[in-house]
Design a protein around this ligand. Structure first.
Ligand SMILES: [Zn+2]
Length: 411
């Protein structure tokens, strides 16, 4: 047995002992009277379920270190640079490049990831093979789901549908999608239909990048909701970005949000990438590019927030830290009051876990012991300071520790 003593827990007064037996939480009590082979005195630090990053392009991460400079500083050149690398990927190179980012995530308390791998006629199945290799390397240390993601579209990239099917056979866990990137609305609907056909045939969930643009003419979320309801896929579909929803007129936006709630679609707002990619042609007040986070929450939609990118041709930052993601989201979605900070924290923990349908998540007896002890006493202080994660547990094992050490030399 392992015991974390004197921890602060969300939604409970006072200090608590959390006992771990094998890979599960055995007890959550004010005082656990038992001997343990490992005891950790939390001294009032905040203990939360391990963070969940449900959207991360591990096949592209860290390309920033090896790519040629983006001379024109434009998105088309970023895409060209990505293609150049994608033509030469090997599964081992992808796994080698991504592994340190997974490591960093673990140190920062994230032990569940949805890893997106491009599937297209440029790189074929190699990115998926790379992330399957990555998943294997971290088996038992994190929960990793591989998403087969049609980065170049499906209808506009003939051969991609077959590659997607092949990737699911290879062992991918989730069917991805990028419907808004198709050339016409008709192709966008066909794209969504193909994804559902594949997901239903393989019994897998769906996670699409939806309307990732500030253009209000991008309307794939509406059809995604309709299709989800028609196929009885409620609770099994996640839509990332949905930036265009923010640009729709309010009447249409309300109609779509009602359908999204009804269809049980989770929405992931990946605020950091939206901030740098959207509103690029705006002058003066520049739009944030994020979806209607507060309105979706008010409509009862499960809203989460994810990292998306780390040091790649699209985004030069990212430290694989869901607390940083949460702090950005708090700024961008203007969630700053005490109850709203709790909501932000839900977006990087319980809501993200719900989107991935992780069972046994949360600090309750019987649940999996995926835990993070944060060097802060409260949710607000955790989001304010983004401090070290004192201890990280995955399935009951202590997988990482960090310590705050600063030296001040006063005069
Ligand atoms: Zn993405």
């Amino acid at each position: 047995m392992r015991i974390i003593r004197n921890a602060a827990l969300r939604g409970r007064e006072g200090r608590w002992d959390v006992a771990i037996e094998e890979e599960r939480i055995a007890a959550v009590e004010t005082k656990v009277d038992a001997a343990a082979e490992l005891e950790l005195d939390a001294e009032g630090r905040l203990l939360v379920p391990a963070f969940v990053n449900a959207h991360m392009h591990f096949d592209k991460c860290m390309l920033g270190d090896v790519m040629r400079p983006n001379e024109s500083q434009t998105l088309p050149e970023a895409i060209q640079i990505t293609w150049d690398h994608k033509r030469n990927y090997t599964p081992e190179e992808i796994a080698d490049r991504a592994a340190p980012v997974v490591e960093l995530g673990i140190v920062h308390g994230t032990t569940a990831f949805r890893a997106f791998a491009d599937v297209d006629t440029i790189g074929g199945t190699v990115p998926v093979q790379g992330l399957l290799e990555l998943r294997k390397r971290f088996e038992g240390q994190v929960l990793m789901e591989v998403v087969a993601f049609p980065q170049e579209g499906i209808v506009r990239d003939p051969g991609c549908a077959e590659l997607l099917s092949e990737c699911m056979d290879l062992g991918a866990d989730v069917v991805g999608g990028l419907p808004w990137y198709e050339r016409t609305d008709r192709d966008m609907w066909e794209h969504i239909d193909i994804c559902f056909e594949l997901a239903i045939r393989t019994g897998k969930d769906i996670h699409m990048l939806v309307d990732d643009t500030d253009d209000p003419n991008s309307r794939s979320l509406e059809y995604l909701a309709v299709k989800t309801l028609e196929e009885g896929y409620e609770g099994r579909v996640t839509a990332s970005h949905c930036g265009a929803l923010g640009a729709y007129d309010h009447t249409y936006a309300e109609k779509v949000m009602t359908m999204v709630a009804e269809a049980g679609i989770s929405v992931s707002s990946n605020t950091q990438i939206s901030l740098v990619m959207d509103g690029r042609n705006d002058r003066g007040l520049v739009r944030r590019g994020t979806t209607r986070v507060k309105e979706l929450l008010a409509a009862g939609v499960n809203v989460l927030s994810a990292q998306d990118d780390v040091n790649d041709p699209y985004y030069p930052f990212g430290k694989s830290d869901q607390l940083e993601v949460g702090q950005y989201t708090a700024h961008v979605a203007q969630l700053t009051y005490p109850s709203e900070l709790e909501t932000v924290f839900d977006m990087i923990t319980v809501n993200a876990a719900r989107a991935m349908r992780i069972d046994g998540y949360g600090i309750e007896p019987g649940n999996r012991a995926d835990l993070v002890l944060i060097e802060a006493p409260s949710v607000r202080e955790a989001l304010r300071l983004i401090p070290p994660r004192r201890a990280v547990f995955h399935r009951g094992d202590l997988v990482a520790e960090s310590f705050l050490e600063s030296r001040r030399h006063p005069r």
